[in-house]
Structures are given as structure tokens and as C-alpha cells.
Write a protein that binds this ligand. Structure first.
Ligand SMILES: *[C@@H]1O[C@H](CO)[C@@H](O)[C@H](O)[C@H]1NC(C)=O
Ligand SMILES: *[C@@H]1O[C@H](CO)[C@@H](O)[C@H](O)[C@H]1NC(C)=O
Ligand SMILES: *[C@@H]1O[C@H](CO)[C@@H](O)[C@H](O)[C@H]1NC(C)=O
Ligand SMILES: *[C@@H]1O[C@H](CO)[C@@H](O)[C@H](O)[C@H]1NC(C)=O
Ligand SMILES: *[C@@H]1O[C@H](CO)[C@@H](O)[C@H](O)[C@H]1NC(C)=O
Ligand SMILES: *[C@@H]1O[C@H](CO)[C@@H](O)[C@H](O)[C@H]1NC(C)=O
Ligand SMILES: *[C@@H]1O[C@H](CO)[C@@H](O)[C@H](O)[C@H]1NC(C)=O
Ligand SMILES: *[C@@H]1O[C@H](CO)[C@@H](O)[C@H](O)[C@H]1NC(C)=O
Ligand SMILES: *[C@@H]1O[C@H](CO)[C@@H](O)[C@H](O)[C@H]1NC(C)=O
Length: 488
């Protein structure tokens, strides 16, 4: 790949030269050369002998159109120094080549080297490529590319082909076109489009084949535009946005902020703002005082991170990280869905009684998601699924044990809440029955109590065993939340 500013020779023109040379020994030669604005070219004085073999009385001059640029007579050389080229040109003495650097569109034209009776005319064609925002973009922006050409001969119709940083062909949208100026819109940029792009410019006559490379930097997130995160109430949640500024060696300062809103229509709360210096240093400032969150002390570089140590049901919603550069923005959102579970009545479940378990998620579910209640090691009868779009699912249960509420999306369990329903000791019921029988049966009741408390004691042992099993289960299921039960 030719880097910006390299001159490219034109073989057919050279071929044409040879041809002309054969037809007549008359010494007019025509050459064609392309240069890039900002780059440099070396124009040949084709056919000239090297300095050491050149007769001492040869007069050599370089002329731009009718303007004398440089002249050498009997070894005296001098520059005419026309202002347009001052400080941007010199002569390579060995072959008297004219070198011009920091080329401008207006340098286009005919450069003639004359020595003795010989005249070598080079038509210099200049191309200039500019990219909007100096090649610095945010994700989702569409760069504009402007290609201009200038020449003293009629301007050719250029064909433009673009290759992105992965060398994939990009079909640009030609915005506006004149022979002098082509305006093209590239595609919507993604963070991974950062790198060196190539603009291939072609024309058949005159033959131009020029690769112009240019740098594109796309500042953005390594996260997707929208992520979903699930958490159970009281668990710890960490949000993290990975910026790509280091990877792409972004050398400009920028700022940003982290906002939260519970719903699309709700008001936005600013949690923190930050800035990143041109040297890549990140400064963060906490903004919200009534929202309990922490900024983790140890985190990867170029990462914006916040930690909610004990998430509330009402902390759900959209967490949006926004970057700002020169008045332009880009954002990446993480949507937090919180799950909670409650029981009515609370407390142990008596035999033959019912209890209502309610599982609720904070946000609207995607169409492919639903809630499911099921009893661990229970039967199919012990399970219930929510209907589409239901964010709350109730079950009336009459069996104690470990109950789980799952949020299932595309057949994958996204999050589960495990709730242990204790079985109430049975003797309470018996005592109530016993007292209703009447005072005369007190002795019998007392006798029964002895027997029943024995049963109850045995039941407690079974219960302790079940609790141990449940504890084991909880340990194996790390996502689990079951404080209600563990406290018992
Ligand atoms: C200029 O001359 C040199 C040496 O003869 C040759 O290698 C080079 O290709 C020529 N450049 C152009 C643009 O014709
Ligand atoms: C094109 O080059 C000519 C000289 O050859 C110059 O007068 C003119 O200003 C140039 N055009 C542009 C757009 O620079
Ligand atoms: C194309 O560019 C020319 C000159 O720059 C301008 O006058 C014209 O309005 C542009 N046309 C469109 C469609 O943008
Ligand atoms: C321009 O680049 C393309 C692909 O990157 C390559 O095939 C071609 O040879 C290059 N042309 C020139 C003149 O460097
Ligand atoms: C960057 O943030 C720090 C700390 O909040 C602040 O002192 C500094 O002025 C900020 N710099 C810019 C350029 O905003
Ligand atoms: C969320 O609810 C808790 C109580 O459940 C309350 O203390 C807190 O202030 C609420 N937070 C917000 C941001 O509304
Ligand atoms: C318990 O729930 C079942 C099924 O939902 C119902 O058939 C039964 O009548 C309920 N019993 C009580 C005491 O509420
Ligand atoms: C659960 O039971 C309560 C009271 O017995 C009743 O109002 C409710 O409709 C029942 N819910 C379901 C889902 O069966
Ligand atoms: C479910 O059954 C398995 C295998 O029988 C057992 O290891 C596990 O402890 C049971 N879990 C609960 C919560 O009863």
C-alpha cells in the first residue's frame, strides 16, 4: 500500500515516450505524474546524463508553465524562487530531478526540464483527500470523504473504491460529484472500524492508479449498544462499560457521564461524570447523593464501573453511559431487571393450609421471556408459568419445601430466586382440636399432647434434615437468595 504522499509513476506515459523517441529524434518528451496533497513528488529530467558525465557547458533549467524555477549555467546554479514553491522544493543534483514536497492542489500543472535542445514536460496531477472531523469519530457516526483533483489538462472521471481497516470493500454513497470534487459518505462506523482505510482512485486516461490511505479512529464502547442484566433483590450488581480509547490510541480528551432512569418516561438522574485527558487519565466525580452506589477501587483501565452493593427493587431501569467529544455523543445502555419474591401469609405453612407465593420482576419482559414457579424435586403439578408480558406470577401452594422462581428467556434460565417454605409444627393444630372437645376430656388431651409432641419432635428432626438438604442446595446454587429461610 502506498502511503500518503508517495508519487506514482505512469508506465503507459513512459511507453508513449519511448514511442515518440523512435518516431523522431526531436527532443520533446511528455511525462505524467500524480501527487498527493501534503505529500511529495520527484520529477525526472528524463534522459539527462549523470552529473559527472554532463558536459560543463550544458544549460539546464526547470520551468513551471512559463515561470523559471531553477537554472544552472556553467556550474552556476540559482533559484528564481517563485513564491508559490518557496521552501518546498529542491533539485537532486545527480540527475537534476525536481523534488517538491508539502504539495498543494495548486501545484498541478506542467513542469518542464530543459537541457540543451531537450525538453521534458511533466504534467503533474494532484489529488487531495480530506476526511471529516480529521478522522476522529464516535460510534454510529458516518464520515464524509472529499476527493479533489487538479490538473492543467482536462480532468478525468475518477472511479473511487474504498477498503476499511479489515480490507473489506465498502460501497460508499456518492453524495455530490463534480469533476473537481467528489463527496462520499462512508458507512455508519463501529468501534472496530478503527484503523487504516484505503481509498483507491482510478482513471483510464490519463492512467491513474493511486492508493490513498487514511486513519480512522472510532471512539466507543466494547459493550453492545444495549445489554440486559438480571439481579435478585439485595444482591450486589456491578455495571461496567469498557471504553476502547486505549486500544485505538485515542489521543484527545473527552468527557462523559453515567445516568440512570427508572423508565423511559421517568426523569434522568446523573450518577457520575467523568473526563479522560489526552494522556488517557480518567477522573470520575460522584454526582448523586441519595442513590447508594460505589465506584470500585480496583477496576480495569479505561473502564467506567459502578457497584450497587445491595440492589433495591426500585433500582431497576436503564443505566446509560454517555461519551461526549466535541459536542457529539454516543451512548451504551445496560438495563437492570430486578426480581423479588414474597409470601402471604409469611411464616411456616400449616398442614392443609395454602400460601400464596408471588414472584415479580421490575421491568417489562421481552416477548420470548416468561416467569416460572416450581418446587425443587416437586412434580409437574407443582409448577406454573406466566403468560406473555406478565411481570408478576402468583402460585397458591400447599406443599412446603424449596420453591424457585425462574426468569426464562429463549429456554435459558436468566435468573432464579429460591424461597424455602417451612412446614409448621403439627401439634398446634392438635391442641386447638383438643381444647374444642371440652374440659372433661382434659386428661385425654394431655395424654394426646404427650404422644403428639413426640410426633412433633420427630417431625422437627425430619425438618432439620430437610433444612440441611436445602442449605446444601443453596450452597450449590450460588445465585440463590434465601435470607428468610436461612435466618430460621
Ligand atoms: C525517474 O527516474 C528514475 C531513474 O531513472 C526512475 O527509476 C524512476 O522510475 C523515474 N520516475 C518517474 C516518475 O518516471
Ligand atoms: C488548480 O491548479 C491551478 C494551477 O494549475 C490553480 O490556478 C488553481 O487554483 C488550482 N485549483 C485549485 C482548486 O486549487
Ligand atoms: C453539489 O456541490 C455543488 C458545489 O459544491 C453545490 O453547488 C451543489 O448544491 C451540491 N449539490 C448537492 C445535491 O449537494
Ligand atoms: C492498491 O491497493 C490494492 C489493495 O489494497 C492493491 O491490490 C493494489 O495493487 C494497490 N495499488 C497500488 C498502485 O499500490
Ligand atoms: C476532569 O475531572 C476532574 C475531577 O473531577 C476535574 O478536576 C477536572 O477539572 C476535569 N477536567 C476537565 C478537562 O473537565
Ligand atoms: C428504593 O426503595 C427503598 C426502600 O425499599 C428506599 O429506601 C429508597 O429510597 C428507594 N430508592 C429510590 C431511588 O427510589
Ligand atoms: C388451596 O388451593 C387449592 C388450589 O389452588 C384449592 O383447591 C384449595 O381450596 C385451597 N385451600 C384453601 C384452604 O384455601
Ligand atoms: C390463591 O388463593 C387466593 C385466596 O385463596 C385467591 O384469592 C387467589 O385467586 C388464588 N390465586 C391463584 C393464582 O390461584
Ligand atoms: C432434591 O433431590 C436430590 C436427589 O434426590 C437431593 O440430593 C436434593 O437434596 C433434593 N433437594 C431438595 C431441596 O430437597
Amino acid at each position: 500500500m502506498e502511503s500518503c504522499g508517495t508519487a506514482v509513476s505512469c508506465t503507459p506515459a513512459a511507453f508513449l515516450l519511448l514511442h515518440l523517441g523512435l518516431i523522431s529524434s526531436m527532443a520533446h518528451q511528455n511525462e505524467f505524474q500524480t501527487g498527493l496533497a501534503g505529500g511529495e513528488v520527484t520529477l525526472n529530467c528524463t534522459g539527462i546524463l549523470p552529473d559527472s558525465k554532463l558536459p560543463r557547458d550544458t544549460v539546464i533549467s526547470w520551468v513551471y508553465h512559463d515561470t523559471l524555477l531553477w537554472r544552472m549555467e556553467k556550474s552556476n546554479k540559482y533559484w528564481k524562487k517563485p513564491t508559490f514553491i518557496t521552501g518546498r522544493a529542491d533539485i537532486k543534483m545527480q540527475y537534476k530531478q525536481l523534488r517538491v514536497w508539502n504539495l498543494k492542489l495548486s501545484d498541478a500543472g506542467i513542469y518542464t526540464c530543459e537541457y540543451g535542445p531537450q525538453k521534458v514536460r511533466t504534467s503533474l496531477h494532484i489529488l487531495k483527500l480530506t476526511i471529516s472531523s480529521d478522522g476522529h469519530f464516535l460510534q454510529n457516526e458516518v464520515p464524509e470523504l472529499i476527493l479533489m483533483q487538479n490538473s492543467s489538462s482536462p480532468l478525468p472521471d475518477l472511479s473511487i473504491t474504498l477498503f476499511d481497516s479489515n480490507n473489506n470493500r465498502v460501497t460508499p454513497e456518492l453524495q455530490n460529484k463534480s469533476r473537481q470534487k467528489y463527496v462520499v459518505n462512508l458507512k455508519k462506523l463501529e468501534a472496530m472500524d478503527s484503523g487504516t482505510w484505503v481509498c483507491q482512485v482510478h482513471s483510464d486516461s490519463p492512467l491513474i492508479n493511486q492508493n490513498i490511505s487514511f486513519a480512522v479512529k472510532v471512539l466507543g464502547f466494547q459493550n453492545p449498544d444495549l445489554e440486559r442484566k438480571y439481579a435478585t433483590v439485595d444482591s450486589t450488581v456491578i455495571f461496567s462499560w469498557r471504553l476502547n480509547s486505549q486500544i485505538i490510541k485515542w489521543k484527545e480528551g473527552f468527557t462523559g457521564q453515567l445516568n440512570w432512569k427508572q423508565q423511559e418516561s421517568a426523569s434522568t438522574h446523573e450518577l457520575l461524570d467523568f473526563n479522560v485527558t489526552a494522556q488517557g487519565q480518567l477522573h470520575e466525580t460522584k454526582k448523586s447523593s441519595n442513590f447508594l452506589f460505589e465506584i470500585p477501587e480496583r477496576k480495569p483501565e479505561s473502564t467506567i464501573e459502578v457497584k450497587l452493593p445491595k440492589v433495591h427493587f426500585n433500582h431497576s431501569g436503564q443505566y446509560q453511559c454517555q461519551l461526549e467529544y466535541q459536542g457529539r455523543h454516543v451512548q451504551s445502555k445496560i438495563e437492570l431487571v430486578v426480581m423479588k419474591v414474597s409470601a402471604n401469609p409469611v411464616g411456616p405453612l400449616s398442614r392443609g393450609a395454602n400460601m400464596t407465593l408471588t414472584c415479580q420482576v421490575s421491568g417489562p419482559l421481552t416477548p420470548n421471556a416468561y416467569l416460572r414457579w416450581e418446587r425443587v424435586n416437586g412434580t409437574e403439578m407443582d409448577s406454573k408459568n406466566s403468560k406473555q408480558h406478565e411481570v408478576k406470577l402468583e402460585v397458591n401452594i400447599s406443599a412446603a419445601g424449596l420453591w424457585s422462581c425462574h426468569l426464562i428467556e429463549d429456554s435459558n434460565i436468566k435468573i432464579s430466586f429460591h424461597y424455602h417454605v417451612e412446614e409448621a409444627p403439627v401439634w398446634i393444630n392438635y391442641v386447638i382440636i383438643g381444647t374444642s372437645v371440652g374440659g372433661s376430656l382434659l386428661a385425654l388431651v394431655l395424654g394426646c399432647l404427650c404422644i403428639i409432641s413426640g410426633i412433633s419432635w420427630q417431625r422437627r428432626r425430619q425438618r432439620a434434615k430437610r433444612m440441611a438438604q436445602a442449605r446444601q442446595y443453596l450452597l450449590e446454587n450460588k445465585t440463590c437468595q434465601c435470607q428468610h429461610w436461612l435466618k430460621k
